[in-house]
Design a protein around this ligand. Sequence first.
Ligand SMILES: Cc1cc2nc3c(=O)[nH]c(=O)nc-3n(C[C@H](O)[C@H](O)[C@H](O)COP(=O)(O)O)c2cc1C
Length: 305
Amino acid sequence: MEGLLDCVLRDILTRVGGIDLCVSEFVRVSGSLLPNRTFQRIVPELDHDSKTLAGVPVRVQLLGSDSHFMALNAARLAALKPDSIDLNFGCPAKTVNRHGGGSILLREPDRLLELVTAVRTAIPPEMMLTAKMRLGYEDKTLALDCARAIEAGGATELVVHARTKVEGYKPPAHWEWIGRIQDVLQIPVIANGEIWTVADYQRCREISGVEDVMLGRGMVANPALAHLIKYGEDDAVRWAQLESLLADFWMLVTRHTLPKYHCGRAKQWLNYLRQTYPEAEVLYQTVRTVTEPEKMAEILSPPVQ
Ligand SMILES: Cc1cc2nc3c(=O)[nH]c(=O)nc-3n(C[C@H](O)[C@H](O)[C@H](O)COP(=O)(O)O)c2cc1C
């Protein structure tokens, strides 16, 4: 998740267990062939067999609208041996849509077909190609056509974020549409959108009828969510464990990001965590006004006595 769930949080969250696969934040492709180091910077797991340190595979996502350059970049990425490649047809960001990428492509199923076909043809046949879509741009009238186009282009799995671009991130997610899409496709459809709790997961499965889900913000707010879904209620992450994950998160943030982002990253995650942990609320209030990394380090990663 661009600007939120990067290699640092992937490392931390996959330590908890329950996650089968991660998808990277998007790598944006415009009119050039990106150097290897761009893929490796955004997805450093590429240098570790495309897995997080906990051993969870990482699929790399590409975002773009030019078939030629998407194909060229996908071929280059494929040479770096990602677990698999995903195409983003869901991003609602204005700058991305203005350049013809992300969710705006959902207005043109023919272009989706062209793009997926171009990438499929450019990468080795054994490499899995998947896609992620919303239900449409303004409305849902083209949802089934878009899904069919993605399948016809050669994608072998489709994640559906059950909202249109215009619906943004506002609840509800329209899970019933995921089932409608699965009904017209042969490839597996993965449900996404508004799964914050085990109960949401169960309702999403009931309503959509599909087996698998992709967790988004819910996983950031509750690092135990995938574990709870997969193994049941007994092993939730307690605050003491989370405190140690927060200390490790801080250490990794300082290693992987520029100093000007350090404090912001800590507040950003705590802002999500306080939805689940009352202790995170207290900590969030403590760090809200902290802008010096040294001070933040003292709070999040106090020296062992
Ligand atoms: C800050 C942020 C960044 C995101 N970046 C990406 C991205 O790079 N690629 C992608 O496919 N989806 C991205 N998404 C969308 C999420 O993956 C997910 O589809 C969406 O949040 C709906 O799921 P949720 O309601 O469980 O969060 C992003 C969402 C947020 C909030």
